[in-house]
Write a protein that binds this ligand. Sequence first.
Ligand SMILES: [Zn+2]
Length: 524
Amino acid sequence: MVRRGSRVGNRVRVRFGTKAELLAGGAEVRALRYQRASQDKKEQGKSVTDQGKLNVKEINSHGWMDAGSFTDNDRSASRHATKEREKFELLIEAIRAGKGDVLVIWEMSRKERDLAVYVKIRDMCHEVGLFFWLVGGVLFDLRDKNDRMMLGFQAVQAEWMADSIRDNVLRGIVGAAEAGRPHGTVTYGYRRIYHQRTKALERQEPDTEIRTATAADGTLTEYTHAGVVREIFEQVSGGTPLITIEQSLNARGIPSPRGARWLRGIIRKMAMNPAYIGKRVFRGEVVGDGIWPALVDEEVFWASVRLLEDPSRTTTRAGRAVHLLSYIVLCGVCGGPVSSSTVSRHGWTGQVYSCLKKRCAAVKAEVLDEYVQRVVVAWLARPEVFEDLQSGIGDEQVAHARAEAERLRTELEDYKKAAEAGDVKAIDFVRISKGLEAQIAEHEAREAEAGIPPVLRGRIGPEAVSAWAELGDEVGVKREIIRTVAGIKLLPARYKGDRSPFGAHRLDWTWKFGPDSDQDTTAA
Ligand SMILES: [Zn+2]
């Protein structure tokens, strides 16, 4: 691109007095061109590339000099407002510095939607002596009252078009995403946003409205529906019994989705609802992605589902006798599951784990339970494992949590700007910002622990031994932990009637995380 020497400060120097002079100016005329991308993918109109080509064609046909091209590629106007401003500001700078004799744009709506901005640029151009605009191949002189009226009319029309397009886009999005559209009653934790004019569904988003609950003793608690959902998933995935969650919610006076008291069944159903990871469910089957964002990490969701579907959890009553390792330990000979059964032999009666299909291997249940727990807890307590879980795996999750925190911070900034401009009432802003800040804090906390599977959080490293002891009869949680960290195979005794003590030679371990992962190690 060829540029003239700096002309900063050299203002109001009319180089071309009339349209005719400009059109006859040839290479002496410095043309600034501006292209702007659509705000939405579905928006009608020419692409940035097409606008650019058309503008270049106009400039070439008049033999003018291309004195600078300014392209706004950004698609989203509100979110990336700062980025979008950059090119626009550069254009303003170039105009102000007197670097152009004519401004070439393809259509009014492409330059700027805002009428006020149009007026501002027009006045600025007038002030610095950039009197000519070439819009869609038609030349306008800003000093000519008729031309000004025509441009003004185009700007008004552009705004009207932009508004209409926005409405059409909204309808289009809804139409195209028909399959992923939320339907029926709103899933607890979300709210639906409808377009003010068209009443069309715009989006379904996390319900972060701050509400106040009153406990029986009068204690007030602030909560959000989205927050309650996340709390439930966090607790379920961490192995908290449903009854504890139920009691905690009711104690705070937080109403259930139907406005009554929470029941375990409601919580269980919620903690298994794929809508919370952004999936659409039809007749109990996931049929695709919804158009709404996930409220919880997939990892947390699936950990919750696994825990709730575990046979030991078919009842939520704590302390029920279930078998710790059934179907978790596999037979080292045939690969089938190992299950527990009562055996009476030689005057001894008790529980035995044995290969379910072929009886390849067997061991007394209490011996295997005790041994496996000891090895797993020792593994969980290892500092290397703790470090490895904190850094290595889950990078994607960390990145996601970070990105989400970043997005929310941007949203908060947008609200701040809107509040400053008076577009959002102060009272609403306080409420909104409070909710967003809470969400940001939540994501930041998740950034820190994202690498650790939900069921292991607070149960590894220095906390491993005490956390395991605290689990007591929570067999379901212990099962989930064991299943999460290790693959265990039971090997047969070395020979029939082998009386040697049970030990490392009877098990084959595969660690799923940590320094020993991806290699078969025999636990000592
Ligand atoms: Zn077997």
